[in-house]
Every structure is written in structure tokens, then in C-alpha cells.
Design a protein around this ligand. Structure first.
Ligand code: IMP
Ligand code: MG
Length: 369
């Protein structure tokens, strides 16, 4: 991943792939041009790398010149194309091939055609390394296209974001979601997970997604997914992972601008952890850490029995039930501990101490991610 100014970009097209495409374009164009000596015209600034690599691969004599146009502001193409350096040589009767780094809306290309309208060239052809068909609004023919790409902003290999990134030898694509901190929070019953989740949410501006709450919300509001989940629950069956993932996806999308998420109550199995990784990946993001509050069994039992006396919660009042819940927790989370440890993402945090002390330990773990 690279960060340029305020934005993050992920690897998209490797230097090797670009090299192969440049080779193909050079060979194809050389074959079509035959015995002519073509003039390759690069459109500055972006195309300097394209032109340089292209002409090194071009197997026959050729000439090279540049014109300089400017259209982009930040990550948006504008209508207003400035002609900074025009044609500086007479191209009458010549075979001209424009070499572009990228064709997006086609505004720049329209300006190129305006420039050549009164030049009596023998032929004018357009070659571009990258082409965004979904963004293209003109109908000028593109004679040679290297790679068609989706309508997303890219940098590298001559292309910049506000001046930066041109020197990267490979191409990067803008991340859909910017930098997020996504946590999977675990803790045995009585570890203080709820209290700490509240705090983390505040301090890091995260959205807390508790699977239990999400289920209750969807079922209560009779959303399509809620009804679907209920149909399984009513039959006494487990809700399929895909339904849960779809609900989580909806929560993540509802909070598209979030700085990150705390997942609570999910995943519980390896398959679910994999689905969650896929979900985050589809958002150009990832789970950064599984954080598990660690508290000795005896302390948990003591805390829960204490809580049972005041709360009246039946499952907090009976020591055997409490011990079973704790055992079950460790049985279930052991798999996930392995899953996240394998990715170096497991962090056990000592959950014994005052609320503030535990909060402090969690913060320093997160700050070090
Ligand atoms: P067009 O005029 O919209 O076709 O855009 C052409 C020019 O905009 C290119 O020559 C680039 O300078 C710039 N451009 C278009 N798309 C991108 C991109 O994804 N990244 C960086 N620059 C871009
Ligand atoms: Mg350009």
C-alpha cells in the first residue's frame, strides 16, 4: 500500500505486466507502420514513462516529440484543458502516433484532435497504455489500447495524484475505503468486554457492531435479511453464515465513512473468520487485530457471582453454569486465536485491574497496530 497526501492506494498493475503490454504495443505499432518513420507524440506530463519505455522497445527508426496539456485537479478530470506547450515542429505529411498514459473522459484527446486539425499529417493514430471505458465520453477512435481498467483513480508509472506518485514503477489504485482500524473483540463472560467496547468506540471513533444487536435489529424491523434469519431460527436451525455476513455488510455500508469497526460476537468459527476477511477485503480494508481480554477463571467466577446477586440474571447466579460458559468460551475462541495468530493479529490483553488500567492496556495495543 502507498499513501500520497491524504489518500491510500493499493497495488493494481505490476511493473512486469506493464512491460509486457508496452512490448505488445510496440510490436503491433511497428508492424502497422511498415517502412514509414513515425513521429511519436507524448502528452506531458503523464506520458513521459510510457514514451520512454515505448521507444526503447520500438524496433525501428522513429522520432519523438512532446506536447504539454493539463486537465486534472486532484482526482477529478476537468473540461478545461490548458495547452502549455503546443507543437514545435512541422508534421506535414508525417505518420503521427499519439502516446498517452491514460484516456479517461477523453477531454484531453479532444484537445489533441483540435491541435492536429490544421496540421496536414499523413495519418494520426492514438495509442494509450490505460483506458477507462466507463469514463470515456467522446467518440474518437482509439487505435491501440494497452489495458482497459475500471473507472477508479490510479497512480504510478507517470500518473500522479496532485504531483505525487509519478515515479512509482508499478500502478496503484485508490482504496475505496481509506485507512480504518478494524478490531475483533473477545472476552470471556465477565471480562468487561461491553464496558471496554464502549470506551474504544469513543476514543477511536469506531462503530461497534455486536452481532446480537444486529440480529435483533433486523428481526424487529422485519428487514429482508431479518425475516430470512428468523425463518431459520423458527425452524430451530442455525442461521447460515452468509445471512449473517450480509447483515454485517449492510452495517459496514451504512457506516461507510467510519474510522473502523469493532466486531463483537462474530466471527465464531474459522469459516466465519474467512468470510469476514473477504468482506473487509471487498471494502479494500482488513481486520487489524483480534483483541481478547484475558482474565483468570477464578476471578471471572467471582465477578459473575457478584453480578448475579445484584442483576438477578439466572445464568450469572449458578457457579456450574458460569464455569460451563467460561469453558465453552475457551473452546470456541481457541480456533480463532489460532486463526488470527497465524496472521500475527492476535493480542491478548490482561483484563484484571481497574477499568482505567485495562483501558490503558487496550489503547497501547491499538496504538501500536
Ligand atoms: P481525460 O482528459 O479525462 O481523458 O484525462 C486525461 C488525463 O487525465 C490524463 O492524461 C491524466 O493526466 C489524467 N488522468 C486521468 N485518469 C487518471 C487517473 O486515474 N490517475 C491519474 N491521472 C489521471
Ligand atoms: Mg496525461
Amino acid at each position: 500500500m502507498v499513501k500520497l497526501h491524504d489518500k491510500y492506494f493499493k497495488p493494481f498493475i505490476s511493473a512486469k505486466q506493464i512491460d509486457d503490454v508496452m512490448q505488445r504495443l510496440a510490436t503491433e505499432i511497428a508492424n502497422d507502420v511498415g517502412d514509414e518513420i513515425p513521429v511519436f507524440v507524448g502528452i506531458l506530463n503523464g506520458s513521459f514513462m510510457v514514451v520512454s519505455d515505448f521507444v526503447k522497445k520500438y524496433p525501428k527508426p522513429c522520432e519523438v516529440t512532446f506536447i504539454k496539456l493539463a486537465s486534472y485537479e486532484g482526482v477529478k478530470s476537468t473540461e478545461d484543458i490548458q495547452r502549455l506547450i503546443g507543437l514545435t515542429q512541422d508534421l506535414t505529411g508525417r505518420t503521427v502516433i499519439i502516446l498517452e498514459d491514460i484516456i479517461d473522459t477523453g477531454n484531453t484527446l479532444a484537445e489533441v484532435h483540435r491541435i492536429f486539425k490544421n496540421e496536414k499529417v499523413k495519418s494520426l493514430k492514438i495509442a494509450t497504455l490505460f483506458y477507462k471505458p466507463e469514463a470515456y465520453k467522446k467518440d474518437f477512435k482509439l487505435h491501440y489500447v494497452g489495458i482497459e481498467i475500471p473507472n477508479k483513480f490510479i497512480v504510478g508509472y507517470g500518473l500522479d495524484y496532485d504531483g505525487l506518485g509519478r515515479n512509482l514503477p508499478e500502478v496503484y489504485q485508490i482504496k475505496q475505503t481509506q485507512h480504518m482500524t478494524n478490531l475483533v473483540l473477545f472476552g470471556p463472560p465477565g471480562a468487561g468486554k461491553g464496558t471496554q467496547a464502549e470506551f474504544l468506540k469513543e476514543k477511536y471513533d469506531l462503530v461497534h457492531i455486536s452481532t446480537g444487536d444486529v440480529f435483533r435489529f433486523n428481526i424487529k424491523n422485519e428487514t429482508a435479511l431479518g425475516m430470512l434469519a428468523k425463518s431459520y431460527i423458527d425452524k430451530g436451525q442455525l442461521v447460515p453464515d452468509q445471512v449473517t455476513i450480509d447483515m454485517l455488510n449492510a452495517e459496514v455500508e451504512k457506516n461507510a465513512g467510519a474510522k473502523g469497526f469493532i466486531f463483537d460476537g462474530f466471527p465464531r468459527t474459522n469459516a466465519q473468520a474467512e468470510s469476514l476477511d473477504k468482506l473487509m477485503d471487498s471494502k479494500d480494508s482488513q481486520i487489524n487485530a483480534m483483541i481478547a481480554l484475558e482474565v483468570e477463571d477464578e476471578i471471572l467466577v467471582e465477578r459473575l457471582l457478584g453480578r448475579g446477586k445484584t442483576s438477578g440474571r439466572a445464568d450469572d447466579a449458578n457457579e456450574t453454569i458460569i464455569r460451563n460458559r467460561i469453558t465453552e468460551y475457551y473452546n470456541k475462541t481457541a480456533i480463532l486465536k489460532d486463526y488470527y495468530s497465524a496472521q500475527d493479529k492476535y493480542f491478548g490483553v490482561n483484563g484484571v485491574g481497574s477499568i482505567e488500567e485495562i483501558t490503558e492496556r487496550l489503547s497501547s495495543t491499538i496504538d501500536n497496530l
